[in-house]
Ligand binder design. Sequence first.
Ligand SMILES: Cc1cc2nc3c(=O)[nH]c(=O)nc-3n(C[C@H](O)[C@H](O)[C@H](O)COP(=O)(O)OP(=O)(O)OC[C@H]3O[C@@H](n4cnc5c(N)ncnc54)[C@H](O)[C@@H]3O)c2cc1C
Length: 381
Amino acid sequence: MKPYESRWMDDDLRVLRETVSRFVETEMLPHEPRWRRQKHVDPATWRQVGEAGFLLLDVPAEYGGGGGDFRHEAVLYEELNRRGISGFGQGVHSIAAHYVLNYGSEAQKQRWLPRMARGELIGAIAMTEPGAGSDLKGIRTRAVRDGDSYLINGSKIFITNGSIATILMLVVRTNPGDRSRGLSILMVETEGLKGYRVGRVLDKMGLTAQDTSELFFEDARVRADCLLGGEEGKGMHMLMGDLPYERITIALGGVAAMEGVLEETARYVKERQVFGQSVASYQNTKFKLAEVATYTRVARVFVDRCIEQLVAGTLDSETAAMAKWWITDTQQKAIDECLQLFGGYGYMNEYLVCRLFADARVQRIYGGTNEIMKELISRSI
Ligand SMILES: Cc1cc2nc3c(=O)[nH]c(=O)nc-3n(C[C@H](O)[C@H](O)[C@H](O)COP(=O)(O)OP(=O)(O)OC[C@H]3O[C@@H](n4cnc5c(N)ncnc54)[C@H](O)[C@@H]3O)c2cc1C
């Protein structure tokens, strides 16, 4: 099969891919089993990735970023996801930074982005609460203005990077009387913050190297100038504007995982002998691999188009929602077919296919469930 290369690749991006791939292989992959055991990535790794210049690749250089666009970010996502390095929550880190970039004042950008680009600050997005997941308008974590500060009370759950995060993109309720216009976003630095506490690092089906956590706020006081968007009540509007970016990162992660699993499976079935012949020699295996290769190619072409539109600023939220639900559903199906070809070994955590299978399940849940994606799409039909 002729190798496929995304239309958006160019020589600079090819060089970046080579450098990133080498870095991931030597500096990250060897630590991955330990990250899974300890249930978090070392904060030192964040600084290392920052020093290598791979954080915030699509943030302008004047704010410490790489000065590129989403294609540069895409290279990093792909190199991580195809190898199943799912504990390093660079996606949410970048998403949090983009809220600052898109809605922050000049002073706020200067205050947070360079430190996020260096990996000195680790970002998280803290929206979900025990009583508010899909229904974000149900958020109850309260921020009350008190002079030059906000007093925060409430809790968040399922927060990616939660235990090691040092800057939160925190969605709070500033007006209890208005469900949609009563939400605001605060950028909260957590180091030494009194009244802030990380709860459990949650025990999950997959993404075991990822410190998905509970967060608690009890009279936590932050400076009022951490409010994004210039005024209270703009939270929902900002979220609606930035969710397509998040959904494309999820869809792209799904495509990269499919590409990784296909490569791994093709290698395995050629080596594994059953009844005196390779697993690859059976027609069932050939047909399954042909199906997975087709799913992967269709998903890749779709996500590449979305990436081009994202870079051009023309990606609409319905198309991003289509990519998110269809690719993540397909990812699950494709990895499941591959896992079957590994027999019992596919059920063992030491095999990449097993970890990718477990990691894939949540792709259909977070970033807005796939049902919510269909709800969004249906409104435009
Ligand atoms: C591993 C992991 C990491 C996560 N990381 C983050 C993070 O970093 N930051 C963050 O803020 N959140 C994060 N989340 C939370 C995630 O975004 C939510 O779990 C998700 O949005 C669903 O919310 P919920 O769990 O409350 O489910 P619910 O909203 O209770 O949904 C339950 C079911 O009802 C369905 N449903 C809900 N509304 C509708 C509707 N209108 N029509 C049809 N069906 C509907 C859903 O699709 C789902 O099947 C993470 C979750 C996980 C598991």
